[in-house]
Design a protein around this ligand. Sequence first.
Ligand SMILES: CC(C)(COP(=O)(O)OP(=O)(O)OC[C@H]1O[C@@H](n2cnc3c(N)ncnc32)[C@H](O)[C@@H]1OP(=O)(O)O)[C@@H](O)C(=O)NCCC(=O)NCCS
Length: 162
Amino acid sequence: MHQVMSATRGRRRKAGGAPLRVRRAAPADLAQVIDIDQRATGLAKPQYWAGILRRYGRGGARRRFLVAESGARILGYIVGEVRDWEFGSPPCGWIFGIGVRPEEREAGVASAMLAAIAAAFRRLGVTTVRTLIARDNRLVLSFFRSQGMMAAPVIPLEKEIG
Ligand SMILES: CC(C)(COP(=O)(O)OP(=O)(O)OC[C@H]1O[C@@H](n2cnc3c(N)ncnc32)[C@H](O)[C@@H]1OP(=O)(O)O)[C@@H](O)C(=O)NCCC(=O)NCCS
């Protein structure tokens, strides 16, 4: 995949820009988050994101909806939570979603967000972080692999019930 194999990939954020800050998401961030998600998936999901903000925003010690901002611009988001003893596994941090503005990628934004949510998970006492990704999403797989994430000792199963 050309996008994954691009040889012109940058490494860090350009010098001189406003510093990157990772913080909890707020209502005023939603429009930019919806836009970033829409540019990655082709779908605008305002109701979905309003629900994520309600459930993962401010409240809930074990839930996180974080954004990376630089000046007034939201560059990316990450959503996750610590779940207890699911499927026989001890409590573990889960990442449900991650996205970075296309023109801000390959500069460490997602790495900074993952480090921030992992630190929050660690403070909550867990030592493992997991995620589920589409099998053919090589870009997201490359990112998570770069962060040291490997195949987990669990597999998803599904069947059509419609
Ligand atoms: C995956 C994604 C979050 C990575 O964000 P990012 O800010 O560019 O990631 P980082 O700059 O922190 O990259 C960290 C590492 O990931 C890997 N990586 C990132 N982009 C890559 C690319 N295009 N090709 C190969 N490896 C890549 C590299 O190992 C990189 O480390 P390096 O720069 O030292 O080589 C971003 O590309 C994205 O939002 N993609 C779309 C997400 C998506 O498909 N969402 C819908 C389903 S969830």
